[in-house]
Design a protein around this ligand. Sequence first.
Ligand code: B12
Length: 212
Amino acid sequence: MKEHLKECMQAIIDGDTERSEKLAKLTLEKGMPVLEVINKGFVAGIREVGRLWEEGELFLPELVIGADAMKMAMGILRPALEGGEGGPDRLGHVVIGTIEGDIHDIGKTLVATMLAANGFEVTDLGADVPVAKFVETAEEKGADWIAISALLTTTMPGQKKVIEQLEAKSLGNIRVMVGGAPCSAEWASEIGADGYAGDAVAAVALAKGKTG
Ligand code: B12
């Protein structure tokens, strides 16, 4: 298992889409714990790519290739996470997306998948989502939560704008959770969000603890 995790991580660092596809399929064939392989293998790999890029050891095209390899693996593994205890709207409805100006969607999609697998109805708006779109959709769907991902420090203020628009429309009953690498519990409380979660499992716990 340890060796498998290492190989998954390396496939992403190498940007080897073919290898990451094979390793993801092997994970399912061998019945390995999918979430653990995602987190300790593939996610560890993409984080390492980010670190190497920040240190100038990798260039943007390599970051893009690493992300492609990551998306390949996630596409294969995601269905195995879906179809948990869920049923439509059993625990509540979550409208999720990555905030405008930001195209990072790997983490957001993982959070959406885990919420759906754990009994929430999820409307995934995708990435680069305008502030007003979060608010309109949540109002229309009668959502319990809006979950907003931001991976760039420059796009984080958009999360605050969603909260401000909710307040302006007297929709303060809709709770907001924020997440993504630069976010924190301090940021969440500074902008008046109802919560922050650092990963997909914590996001489920947060939504479960406060919904209803
Ligand atoms: C992959 C990647 C890309 C890919 C994205 C592909 C895609 N479709 O998503 C590509 C190559 C396109 C890309 C582009 C850019 N990137 Co980029 N990217 C990354 C990288 C390496 C990994 C992100 C990732 O997928 N992580 C894996 C997932 C699983 O983790 P996660 O996103 O953190 O999500 C988890 C938690 O945060 C949480 N979570 C996430 N969202 C939410 C939401 C809620 C509500 C909750 C509760 C929880 C939650 O749960 C998730 C699952 O556990 C990060 C480095 C890093 N350490 O984050 C840089 C990084 C985010 N990128 C960065 C930058 C600068 C850029 C570019 C501006 C580069 C450029 N010069 O063009 C562009 C931005 C384009 C844009 N407008 O958005 C910087 C941001 C710096 C900053 N502080 O603002 C980072 C931090 C790299 C770095 N170390 O400098 N990037």
